[in-house]
Ligand binder design. Structure first.
Ligand code: FAD
Length: 437
């Protein structure tokens, strides 16, 4: 018998705050008997439940989330669905097949999302125009040269840009160099997650605010909740770093807390000061650098903090303090918009591992798990989610083989050493970040 924490804190801040109210699905009560249960309704769990629903049209699939849909990391990220992952440092020749493997997984995820957005007409600011990767300071410029070499080696479509070209497109003079990678998408994460949750196949039943608290082994397995229980033949865990609350992945994954802010909607004149592109996303070539978005609804969004905060969201007071950090970074990039206030700030927790790996496979009899992603879970989590459904259904595919080839997680020590190690792991991401923060 494995016990789990009963606490799944959340707050009202985030991208969902920008959307109209939504009628939540009911929480689970009573006793249920189903062939399949998926725990966690982020990108991984939603893709998994959808795929199971398609593979087993005559069977009932139950999908549980501890929170309201879009209140986890999937609804709180920066909204980049990446196809081409960046691997810091120079190209390592014997890693080229590994780079290709990761990018194939990303591609599979992006293709699934793209198809679902168009088939289900999900209104989520989906924009498949690619992603900018930029550098302002020395270390990021060094990464620029590595990334360029990597893109050329892997024959990935891209366009290098100098300072003037970046200024003309984005309206900032901060960046010395950048690259526009033509694959990849931008999206409103909470709108996409809600859209995916509200268009699941008819044989998938979603329960929100329904934390799974305990797994009891046996045939069938029994999943205990505060107000009910579910007996199931197969259980798939897609809870990211919170898998540890049910006793899985404990020494391998922690939550890193990130934060960002949005401006109010920009005026026409303010928008005109931003150059020729009307909607864009910038990822820093330094791992600790800021991500930036100009959203379709004309807000600028900046995210530039990450910290170990015991895998929880930031309090209002801490968020206000982080907002001051966002402001400094924003004004440095857009001095012409220094008078534009932030309207929202938010935090979110992403799962990170020491060796930047992902988890995929069977944990023990009839219990499967997919998760991890270190900040790339939009496309990759979607691919992992669909693939774990296939794998648990004894299908075979290239994506399953690619996911199975993920490196094992690197061990993390127990508390209190974990807290110290986690602090340094997250902190090290900012080494030498300079102007890119
Ligand atoms: C601020 C921020 C910015 C980011 N930016 C990007 C980005 O631009 N692009 C990108 O690709 N990635 C980004 N990420 C990372 C990305 O959000 C994650 O990798 C992704 O959301 C992981 O998806 P998931 O479905 O595996 O996990 P989650 O989204 O964490 O979903 C897991 C779900 O499980 C539920 N759960 C947990 N325990 C239980 C339980 N016991 N019972 C029931 N339900 C449970 C949770 O409530 C949660 O909804 C960012 C993350 C953050 C925080």
């Amino acid at each position: 018998m494995i016990s789990a924490s009963k606490k799944f804190p959340t707050d009202p801040h985030g991208w969902a705050e920008l959307l109209p109210e939504r009628q939540a699905r009911q929480s689970l009560s009573g006793t249920h008997r189903v062939p399949w249960v998926v725990v966690g309704a982020g990108f991984t769990g939603l893709a998994c439940a959808r795929r199971l629903g398609e593979l087993h049209p005559d069977q009932e699939i139950l999908l549980l989330d501890a929170r309201l849909v879009a209140q986890g990391a999937s609804g709180r990220n920066s909204g980049f669905a990446v196809v081409t992952s960046q691997f810091p440092g120079g190209v390592v020749p014997d890693q080229i097949e590994n780079y290709r493997r990761v990018n194939r997984i990303n591609r599979a995820g992006l293709d699934l999302l793209s198809a679902q957005v168009s088939e289900q007409a999900i209104d989520c600011q989906w924009c498949e125009e690619g992603i900018y990767h930029t550098a302002a300071d020395r270390l990021a410029i060094k990464e620029y040269h590595h990334f360029l070499h990597y893109l050329e080696t892997l024959e990935i479509d891209h366009r290098p840009l100098d300072k003037t070209a970046l200024h003309d497109r984005l309206g900032t003079s901060l960046y010395q160099v950048g690259i526009h990678v033509t694959d990849g998408a931008l999206l409103q994460p909470a709108a996409l997650v809600r859209g995916l949750a509200d268009t699941l196949p008819a044989n998938v039943r979603l329960y929100e605010q329904s934390p799974a608290l305990k797994i009891e082994d046996g045939k069938p397995l029994t999943l205990h909740l505060a107000t009910g229980e579910v007996k199931t033949d197969k259980l798939i865990l897609t809870m990211n770093y919170e898998a540890s609350t049910l006793g899985f992945l404990r020494p391998y994954i922690i939550g890193s807390t990130l934060s960002g802010s949005f401006t109010r909607v920009l005026s026409k004149q303010e928008l005109a000061s931003l150059g020729s592109e009307t909607e864009w996303g910038v990822i820093s070539l330094h791992g600790g650098g800021a991500t930036l978005r100009l959203t379709r609804d004309h807000r600028l969004c900046i995210r530039n903090t990450a910290e170990y905060h015991s895998s929880t969201l930031l309090s209002d007071k801490k968020l206000a303090h982080r907002q001051a950090i966002h402001r400094v970074a924003f004004d440095k990039r857009f001095p012409q918009l220094a008078q534009v206030p932030f309207e929202y700030s938010w935090s979110g927790v992403e799962g990170i591992t020491r060796n930047n790996t992902n988890f995929f496979g069977r944990q023990r009899d009839n219990i499967y798990l997919a998760g991890g992603y270190n900040g790339s879970g939009v496309s990759r989590g979607t691919a992992f989610g669909a693939a774990i459904a296939d794998y648990a259904s004894e299908e075979t595919s290239q994506t399953i083989s690619d996911c199975l080839a993920s490196a094992p997680g690197a061990w993390m020590p127990p508390r209190p050493f974990l807290d110290i190690g986690a602090f340094f792991t997250v902190h090290s991401r900012f080494r030498g970040v300079g102007l890119d923060r």
